[in-house]
Write a protein that binds this ligand. Structure first.
Ligand SMILES: [Zn+2]
Length: 348
């Protein structure tokens, strides 16, 4: 297995002037998880280069990029109440996006079997013209947009299991029929979007799938959504690459949200997506770090993701879904029916 890791010490130079959960130590936890799973030492380490304007404007407005890069250049401050920047942020943000695009292209070309972008700042809240929720540049959107723009891929799927809805990624591809965006998240919760009836617009209608789960749901609820909707949707859509917004803040120990996933849930979700990638897109799958704020849970969950990618690791069967989980999955399914051949309503 040839595994690609994107990491650079510059990602730790993006710092807040006050205590902030999106802290540089998170990357120590990610590396600890990669080491514990035996991935760090045998991986191919990709040195990220700064994304240029062409790459960034694949998904972001030119005026926003100009304004952002001028504002954060050599300074520190805040773009909104949550989104800080420091002297090291510009290099970190540009290399995070550049590294994400490079990883996607190398996995897509099969130079790598799979890959993990251990990057900061995270990206999935960043919209085409707006920073949001600790995010300035949408790394996974830049990666997906690059695959489409270079015509490496005609169709890509983004699965976002971060506990927060990826409003930025959704917005950037909302009318794009070639990007299937699927998010499982806590609702109501930050950023407030991601209801079941947000399904895309225009030609992209039906290509956005949201599971707005109440706090407290568990592994069995997530698995229920995967088995009944996400995996059949991937089978019908037939993506050429599966990109994962790998946030780990749905973990039961995370303090920024109230979801109750065990560490094992991340291994199970990974195994299911790996199997889908093997079946539909020659195994092309790549992971991009988003949230995850409990430092120990983050290390454990990243290790679980790596273990999920190991062909021999056993699946531990999660609990049955809860009535609330089944209700939300049903609610989402009812919105999708007109746009898919698959009958998602035969819930199991
Ligand atoms: Zn999050």
């Amino acid at each position: 297995m040839k595994i690609g890791i994107v990491y650079d010490d510059c990602f730790k130079k993006h710092t807040a002037r006050y205590d902030h959960p999106e802290c540089p130590e998170r990357l120590d936890s990610v590396i600890e998880g990669l080491k514990r799973a035996g991935v760090w030492s045998r991986a191919t380490h990709l040195s990220p280069v700064e994304a240029d304007r062409t790459l960034l404007t694949t998904v972001h407005d030119e005026a926003y990029i100009d304004l952002l890069l001028e504002k954060i250049d050599g300074r520190s401050g805040n773009l909104d109440a949550d989104t800080f920047f420091s002297q090291g942020s510009k290099e970190a943000a540009l290399k995070a996006a550049g590294g994400a695009a490079d990883l996607a292209l190398k996995v897509h070309a099969r130079e790598l079997d799979w890959g993990f972008a251990a990057v900061r700042p995270p990206g999935h809240h960043a919209e085409s013209n707006r920073a949001c929720g600790f995010c300035m540049i949408n790394n996974i959107a830049v990666a997906a947009g690059t695959l489409l723009k270079t015509q490496s891929a005609e169709r890509v799927a983004i699965v976002d299991w971060d506990v927060h809805h990826g409003n930025g990624t959704q917005e950037q591809f909302y009318d794009n029929p070639n990007v299937l965006y699927i998010s499982l998240h806590q609702w109501p919760h930050f950023p407030g979007s991601g209801l079941s009836n947000e399904i895309g617009k225009g030609e992209g209608k039906g290509r956005t799938i949201n599971f707005p789960f109440p706090a407290g749901l568990r592994d069995g609820d997530y698995l229920f959504a995967f088995r009944n909707v996400i995996l059949p949707a991937l089978a019908e859509f037939k993506p050429e690459h599966i990109l994962v917004s790998a946030g780990y803040d749905a973990h039961e120990r995370d303090f920024l949200a109230g979801m109750n996933l065990s560490t094992n849930a991340f291994a199970v979700m990974t195994q299911l997506l790996q199997a889908a990638a093997a079946e539909h897109c020659g195994g092309r799958i790549s992971f991009y770090l988003e949230g995850g704020y409990h430092l120990d849970a983050l290390a454990d969950s990243v290790a679980a993701t790596c273990n999920g990618m190991a062909p021999t690791s056993p699946i531990l069967e999660p609990d049955d879904p809860s009535p609330q989980g089944i209700q939300i999955v049903n609610q989402t399914v009812s919105q999708l029916a007109p746009y898919w051949k698959t009958d998602f309503s035969a819930l199991q």
